[in-house]
Write a protein of this length. Sequence first.
Length: 238
Amino acid sequence: MSIPRVRLPVTISSNQLPILLRFFARGLHYRHIVSVFLLSPARSDGRRAKMLLNPRATFSLAVRLREPDGAEIGEVFSFLSKLYFRGKLTYAREFASADTGVPPILVITADRGLVPPETRLQRDDLEQFCQVDISSGDERYLAPLRRDANAVAAKLPADAGVVLLGSIATGKYVDALLDVFGERLLFPSDFVGRGDMSRGGLLLRSAREGRELAYIPAAGAIRRGKRPPKLDPASDRQ
């Protein structure tokens, strides 16, 4: 790992020190200060959701979702969003570190705040998610999200980063999370300008290569931009 070179002034003022520390943290790729990955949810009202909720469906996940033990939300959302959410979860599991008292991966839900990907759902739970439009500012979505985000923030060290793996172009996730985490809320800089499918492919490839992406603070960032070149063909859908 290479550390960026910087020529330090002869004396460092108290105002310069925090800036220099952040510079070195970014040069270290945020690898040692990222504590939590927040994953945006998969859509619960699409074609694959209808397949999963079909009471006559006979494939394994649909059957287990109707049983008392249900299925893990990570598996359910990976089915609903075969590339994008699967990419987010695969990437987070590759680079997460469990060195704080907070689960290193948390999934944003429509009405239950933040939950670990191992949280189990039943069919009724998924149907309930379909009733809440998270893009409309519904308090059924925002109130639990704020509650759990504040609980996470209270347990994290002051220099811990929280990485959002989700849509950054709109405020449906960023606005509420920024109110809680401020400059600690980060996102992959390579997300700017990419659509869901491109982000999913990027995350899967990065996880497969063991190459963690660079993160930037969401506060004050330009979150909309020119579409980057397409990813080279690869086996991201495996």
